[in-house]
Design a protein. Sequence first.
Length: 106
Amino acid sequence: MAEPMKIRATLQGDVADVRILMMHPMETGQRKNSKGELIPAHFIKNVLVTHNGKTVLDAEWTQAIARNPFLGIRVKGAKVGDKIIVTWIDNKGDKRTDEVAVAAGS
């Protein structure tokens, strides 16, 4: 199973500033190993973010995203304690879901 995502959701007014760091190798399928063999493609292909069960982002990615991708979004209408859930699925069928509660901003 993949490493947990690092997610921070901080309220600023009525908008949650959500920052997500996904731990994933994001191999393009174009690099070669030390033997000169192609390393198989392995990348996140779908990212879903929900706010209290409502979809706020549904993104399709390709192998052109950097290793351990970072994603930042802003969610309107959020309140302290609201639940943000992030799920990704990669091209090999691996899946990871993590959640965080929106915290008060500083």
